[in-house]
Design a protein. Structure first.
Length: 280
């Protein structure tokens, strides 16, 4: 969608977004992946300069809280619409190298969801399979992050599969065993889970509950309002193209309708692809 169309639609919806925010306040969870210096555009990558600008904007205009604090607020009906949560998926090395100093600079807490096979350096995210560089945090680095007051480590499965394509035993192993591995490595309780590629259904939600997680995040766009299922938390995807103006509109909810339509189309296509693969 062109920036002109985005600006026009979001501008038209801005008054309604303000009203909705007043009548139905919610907490917005932001989704990041990588923070790295690069000259090539990658939807999962934000440069340190842009990330710094975004974190500075958040620190000045919002109350950035931990996922634990946000969860308590959602279930105590004491929601401040200015509350925002920062999360990272996949456990990239650049989260430590580039994101952490900026998070510390603005005293911003964050949750990092790690995939245990990635931490073992056994494999990497399929998107970067051609890269010859080490992309992911190892266990020593994850342990270093876990000792910090502003960082929470969550689970992103063992191997980053599409959970719905697995049989129940395999899906349960990805969900439960990853929790056990991280807890053993870090000697701490793991309470938060992230569905790989946002792929989940009723079965996966039940497995998450049975495994003893406190929350699970999706890639479904939108705010999280009072009494939302804590195992289906919405998130707002962040990109390198999000200027402070775009960030304002995203956090305000002006893009939510567009993002929900795009997300619905994306998931519909994914389900068609999955069905076709199963029936080949």
């Amino acid at each position: 969608m062109s920036s002109i169309v985005r600006q026009f639609v979001s501008g038209s919806l801005l008054p309604f977004s303000y009203l909705d925010d007043i009548l139905r306040p919610g907490i917005r969870v932001l989704m990041y992946h990588r923070v790295i210096k690069t000259t090539e555009y990658d939807q999962l990558t934000v440069t340190p300069v842009v990330f710094d600008t975004q974190m500075q904007y958040l620190s000045r205009n919002y109350n950035v809280v931990s996922l634990d604090t946000a969860t308590k607020a959602l279930y105590s009906s004491k929601i401040n619409s200015g509350n925002v949560v920062v999360t990272f998926d996949d456990g990239y090395l650049d989260n430590l190298e580039y994101a952490l100093p900026i998070l510390k600079k603005y005293n911003i807490p964050a949750t990092i969801y790690v995939t245990t096979d990635f931490c073992n350096q056994d494999k990497s995210h399929p998107r970067y399979k051609k890269s010859d560089k080490r992309l992911h945090l190892d266990w020593d680095e994850v342990s270093e992050l876990n000792k910090l007051n502003n960082i929470t480590i969550g689970s992103h499965t063992i191997s980053h599969p599409y959970l719905s394509r697995l049989d129940e035993i395999a899906a349960e192993n990805e969900i439960l065993r990853s929790k056990e591995i991280i807890e053993s490595k870090l000697n701490t309780q793991v309470q938060h889970f992230c569905y790989p590629s946002g792929d989940f259904g009723a079965r996966e939600v039940a497995l998450i509950k049975d495994a003893g997680y406190l929350t699970a995040v999706t890639v479904s766009p939108g705010k999280n309002r009072c009494k939302v299922s804590r195992f289906e938390l919405n998130r707002t995807e962040m990109t390198d193209k999000d200027s402070t103006k775009e960030l304002f509109l995203k956090l305000n909810g002006s893009f939510d309708l567009m993002h929900k339509v795009l997300h619905w189309k994306r998931m519909r296509n994914f389900k068609k692809l999955s069905f076709n693969n199963i029936n080949k």
